[in-house]
Ligand binder design. Structure first.
Ligand code: AMP
Length: 184
């Protein structure tokens, strides 16, 4: 990507044109959205974090919540930009201290997500970030964990929404922002 084009194109256009689609990965029928080309470009990475941060400037957010594993990358840069703390949601068995956990369903299996018990204080204002909204199960479980700790969810942000999987249905009542959409 030529630098001049990066500076003048809309961030949404830039993101979409730099997502690498890998058909049938990690299994047949899945079109994997690889965000590493976005992260590798110093202009695009900075601009997409600025875009995610925009609605929350001066909103006194306490923490950004990042989901294992690509959500961590976005959440940590966003936390630095917004001068907030960072909390991580991990797959079962990775966190060393006392945890709370939630089970969620994938297409043919189930998984468990965990957070440290002390990672959000009651009433703290949080934003949750992940790379892709697909069926919504991962984010629904994360919302459940945050509610258990009595955090106040101000917004839920994704780079990419796979609209045809209707993940939003599982997140009714929350303010959701997605930067690029795939209708089919
Ligand atoms: P879901 O729980 O179905 O909404 O899946 C969301 C999680 O799975 C996110 O953490 C994504 O990183 C990952 N994911 C699901 N589908 C895809 C996809 N097509 N491409 C890349 N990541 C995906």
């Amino acid at each position: 990507m030529v630098n001049k084009a990066v500076k003048t194109m809309s961030i949404k256009g830039l993101i979409k044109s730099n997502i690498r689609e890998i058909p049938d990965w990690p299994e047949k029928g899945v079109s994997f959205k690889d965000i590493t080309p976005l992260l590798q470009d110093k202009e695009i990475f900075g601009r997409l974090i600025d875009e995610l941060a925009k609605p929350y400037i001066n909103k006194k957010i306490d923490k950004i919540i990042g989901i294992d594993a690509r959500g961590f990358i976005l959440a940590s840069a966003l936390a630095y930009k917004l001068k907030t703390g960072l909390t991580i949601v991990r797959k079962k068995g990775k966190l060393p201290f006392k945890t709370i956990s939630k089970k969620y369903s994938l297409e043919y299996a189930s998984n468990i997500l965990e957070m440290h018990k002390d990672s959000i204080l009651p009433g703290e204002k949080v934003i949750i970030v992940d790379d892709v909204l697909a069926t919504g199960g991962t984010m629904e479980a994360t919302v459940g964990l945050i509610k258990e700790l009595k955090g106040k969810i101000i917004g839920i942000d994704f780079l990419i929404e796979l609209n045809y999987l209707k993940g939003r249905k599982k997140l009714k009542g929350y303010k959701i922002k997605t930067l690029v959409n795939y209708k089919q």
